[in-house]
Design a protein around this ligand. Structure first.
Ligand SMILES: Cc1cc2nc3c(=O)[nH]c(=O)nc-3n(C[C@H](O)[C@H](O)[C@H](O)COP(=O)(O)OP(=O)(O)OC[C@H]3O[C@@H](n4cnc5c(N)ncnc54)[C@H](O)[C@@H]3O)c2cc1C
Ligand code: SF4
Length: 574
């Protein structure tokens, strides 16, 4: 991307400011610039150039000082939270926020793991690319069981927008015709290995309400011409994605939305610019811009625009909103309802089961695959069949154990060496991802005294699982164990790793959408009820959490909100 898009100071009144450059900020910038709006993207982190700055890409673990692991004292001192994430390594650590610089607090005994990617591209560089639509089962859930307020939209409001973002991003998957998990606009799915095919057959024969399908992911399994135009090529299934992919074969801001936005000539970017607050003009009752702290010089700057999109990630956005106080909004911008910061959710994560698949020792596979398998939700679908509300999915995969499984086994000499060269048993595992209920008491506030090194008030995150969540988590582990036993796996073990909220990295809520301005922050177009030219389209807007990985839904909501904002602007309503 040309250096000329980067700016520091500007007197210009932009048509739009987009705060954040991750999955949702990238989409907002693309949609708004393509509609002709002069748009400034404001990002707190450093610039990351596609290809050039993927410094971990192609580096082999044996070329790194600790075989890819990060030095223990560095991990403990600087990445105490980030190191809990499975993708954190020496080859990826530069895409994670350094916890020393981004402190936050939690009450005693209530941990919350806040995983962050604070650079141009945000967590779009790090994500696992699992991409699933929601259905009406999800959008109607709050209205049905009374937890949380009703969503102001239904699946039908988003279908065209799912189509739109999927076509551009490229989603690989299989058509399944399941009402609970609507099909996307798919590129071809990745392939099952032979043992997974057998397990699929056995599971689906045993359970008429369950399917084992290929994971849907934002990878170019077969690029269309418009992907090639974006400078992207076919996925080589290296599964090295979190180091950055020079092929642009997985969807990220850098590979997909930023080039599209830059191509319009309407994009400017301010990096190293921490948005401190949104500036509110009481005369017009509109947001007029953002106040920014330069992360390198500490200089304070202001940028102005006709509309503002907050896409700084769920908690990043809410931190900015809570910090945007004025006479009209003493507890945070657009917070006349008092619910800003409340109803924080994540997904239930860390429970499941695994076992050994007997036989198949003549079967092997070569190469890698950048996605696993998926068992979509089957609990509480057509009837209430569990002692909790809502439901969960499983992610799954079968693989052969390899030489490292010999690490703790005794032996010596030629026989041992020979045994190490052979692959071990086949194992298969199911790991749940469950819906967490919206709860007023799960909240973020600004810490009354603590600030970060740039002077931003720290977040105080107070979040814990409810009884319903814990019952579901128990069922996730037990049912996984039963399913694996039922299809004849051996040595089946269930697990519940008791991971804290946040670690699923699907944090959602805190500036929710709703029909009623008295109980929600945003309307059905992600527009603040109180401040019509302010839009929030990242996970903060979510009214419930469902059980699917959420980013595809954030993308669709963002694209839809952008089109609405542009129409409103053209009609002179903003
Ligand atoms: C390892 C990993 C695996 C994941 N796997 C999946 C998956 O398979 N499927 C899925 O759906 N989701 C997945 N996620 C979650 C996914 O990455 C997030 O849902 C998504 O990135 C959220 O997009 P966003 O735009 O809201 O935030 P981000 O992508 O985090 O971007 C936010 C941006 O805002 C910037 N920002 C924050 N505060 C400020 C400020 N004050 N001023 C200026 N800029 C600011 C940040 O620096 C960042 O660049 C995964 C995440 C990780 C880390
Ligand atoms: S698996 Fe595909 S997207 Fe991931 S690094 Fe390899 S080529 Fe890139």
């Amino acid at each position: 991307m040309s250096d000329s898009v980067y700016i520091i100071k500007s007197q210009e009144i932009f048509d739009a400011i987009v705060v954040g450059s991750g999955i949702t900020g990238g989409w907002a910038a693309k949609e708004l610039t393509e509609q002709g709006l002069k748009t400034l993207m404001v990002e707190r982190g450093r610039p990351v150039e596609h290809r050039k700055d993927y410094i971990g890409e192609g580096v082999k673990s044996w070329e790194m000082p600790f075989r890819g692991a990060i030095e223990k004292n560095v991990a403990d001192e600087q990445y105490a939270v980030q190191k809990q994430n499975y993708a954190f390594s020496d080859a990826t650590k530069h895409f994670y926020g350094n916890d020393r610089d981004y402190p936050y607090s939690t009450p005693e005994g209530k941990p919350f793991s806040w995983i962050r990617g604070n650079q141009l591209g945000g967590k779009s560089l790090l994500w696992h690319r699992q991409s699933y639509r929601w259905s009406d089962l999800d959008f109607a859930a709050n209205a049905k069981d009374g937890h949380g307020v009703d969503w102001p939209i239904r699946y039908g409001d988003l279908t065209d927008w799912y189509d739109h973002v999927e076509t551009h991003a490229g989603i690989s998957g299989s058509v399944e015709n399941m009402p609970v998990l609507p099909d996307s606009k798919f590129l071809p799915p990745f392939e099952f290995n032979n043992v997974e095919k057998v397990i699929k057959q056995q599971l689906e024969a045993k359970y008429s309400d369950r399917k084992l399908i290929m994971g849907r992911c934002a990878h170019l399994s077969q690029p269309a011409p418009h992907h090639v135009e974006q400078g992207r090529v076919q996925c080589m299934a290296r599964n090295e994605c979190q180091k950055g992919c020079s092929f642009g074969a997985y969807f990220s801001t850098q590979s997909s939305t930023l080039p599209a936005a830059a191509k319009t000539g309407n994009l400017s970017i301010a990096t190293n610019s921490i948005v401190h607050s949104v500036i509110y003009d009481p005369k017009t009752r509109r947001a007029s811009g953002v106040r920014v702290i330069d992360s390198e010089t500490m200089e304070v700057r202001e940028y102005f625009a006709k509309i503002i999109f907050l896409c700084a990630s769920t908690l990043g956005t809410t931190q900015i909103m809570l910090n945007s106080v004025s006479e009209q909004f003493p507890t945070g911008i657009a917070n006349s309802s008092g619910v800003l910061g409340h109803y924080l959710m994540d997904h239930l994560y860390g429970a499941g089961a695994s076992g050994i698949v007997p036989g198949h020792l003549e079967e092997y596979y070569s190469g890698r695959r950048p996605t696993g398998l998926y068992v979509p939700r089957f609990r509480n679908v057509s009837k209430q069949d569990a002692p909790f509300v809502r439901g969960y999915a499983y992610q799954a995969s079968a693989q052969r154990e390899h030489w490292s499984s010999f690490a703790n086994k005794d032996g010596f000499g030629a026989d041992f060496k020979h045994a190490i060269r052979n692959a071990g048993n086949w194992s298969f595992g199911l790991n749940g991802s469950g819906e967490m209920l919206p709860d007023f008491d799960n909240k973020v506030t600004l810490h009354p005294t603590l600030k970060d090194k740039w002077g931003m008030p720290q977040l105080l995150i107070d979040c814990t699982f409810s009884d319903n969540d814990l019952k579901m988590q128990k069922d996730i582990a037990e049912t996984a164990g039963e399913m694996l036993e039922a299809i004849g796996l051996k040595n089946v073990k269930t697990h519940d790793r008791k991971w804290p909220p946040g670690l699923s990295i699907h944090e959602m809520g805190t500036a929710r959408m709703g029909k009623d301005p008295k109980t929600s922050i945003l309307n059905g177009y992600n527009q603040a009820h109180d401040v019509p030219n302010l839009f929030v389209t990242d996970g903060a807007c979510m009214t419930s959490s469902a059980w699917q990985n959420p980013s595809l839904t954030y993308m669709a909501l963002t694209a839809r909100a952008c089109r609405y904002a542009v129409e409103q602007l053209r009609q002179g309503k903003l």
